[in-house]
Design a protein around this ligand. Sequence first.
Ligand code: SF4
Ligand code: SF4
Length: 92
Amino acid sequence: MSKNPGSACHGCGICCIVPDISTLGKPMWVPCVHLSPERVCTIYEERPAVCRNYLPDSVCDEMASIPTESERIQHYAMAFDVLQPSVTSTKR
Ligand code: SF4
Ligand code: SF4
């Protein structure tokens, strides 16, 4: 994948679910406590630098056309080579 200035965030929220974010005490595969059920950041204006600095990339572009959240999670995990737990559904 690559950081592409032309890539846009389509609000899937997967980057707020799969990676660990130590600044937030967020473990891998656990949705951020600030992510709403609609997959919106509830502290968007105050979100930490690690979130502000995360830029959409080609993986985001690819995921835009993937219809389900579980498939998008799978695609993200494969793209970033993140080991997936046996329970894959993180829907709250
Ligand atoms: S994974 Fe990409 S498209 Fe999805 S919310 Fe994060 S930045 Fe946006
Ligand atoms: S603080 Fe907001 S942008 Fe950062 S991981 Fe949580 S929900 Fe996502």
